[in-house]
Design a protein around this ligand. Sequence first.
Ligand code: GDP
Length: 293
Amino acid sequence: KEGLSKTRKGFIDKVETLFTGRAIDDEFFEELEEILIQADVGVKTTMKLVDDLRDIVDERRIKDTGELRSIFKEEIEKLLGEPSPLEFKEGLNILMVVGVNGVGKTTTIAKIADRLKREGKKILLAAGDTFRAAAIDQLKVWGNRVGVDVIAHSEGADAGAVVFDAIHAAQSRGVDLLIVDTAGRLHTQKNLMEELKKVRRVIDKEANDAYVQVLQVVDATTGQNAINQVKLFNEAVKVDGIVLTKLDGTAKGGIVIAIKDELDIPIKLIGVGEKAEDLQDFNPKDFIAALFA
Ligand code: GDP
């Protein structure tokens, strides 16, 4: 996969060099630790991984770095667990999409809409970021391009009211999937969280038996910040799944491992480029295979 080539060159090549014919001693583990931390795996997760490897080396009396390489791969695979793709049910599905401005929220919404429209689903978008006129316009442009309707009010309108209208429109039009864009201005964090909670309340109240999921979009190039952002939004609106964008733009793909280990929220999709097909279901096995090609 081309999208992961930077991580392969920046992170994995260092791992491969380390695992090539040398003694497994303290220095080896210290170097591994450094490589993992530099690749955004995070201190906690790095310590855990390296400690586990030390134990395995002791227990099984491993002398060969080649053997340890396969064990390292297996440990990461174990850590990443099973895939958890986006799922949709019969009837109305609602995706509330949250995230800080600039992470790729709007393009992710467009990519999801495009994919599901091709699968024959009836889709509606709600322009819930009423704070910025540009956000409303951008969603309309995408709606036009993909060929789906957008429910929008004017700039400064109440986000809850937009979502209220969108849900009722979705219900009366027999829509399969309503995707709700939301504001992401972090400089007024408190207000933002209150606004998102309100949007969530409107959805829960009006959606009847719709299948509601909150998706948070985070930018892989922001490293550990991505984890802090999820913690913050999860407290306010309870996040069901993560979309990790811009993995093609970082050499530190270790953030995937940190997210999985530090948060109890699955990565559903990854973005590895700007084109529609660059938003992919996250599959741990494929991910590892692409890295350790
Ligand atoms: P928003 O402010 O969160 O709505 O962000 P946008 O959707 O406007 O995206 C910001 C920029 O990131 C745009 O230029 C997108 O094309 C770009 N972008 C989004 N996802 C990806 C990705 O997976 N890879 C790359 N390279 N760029 C992306």
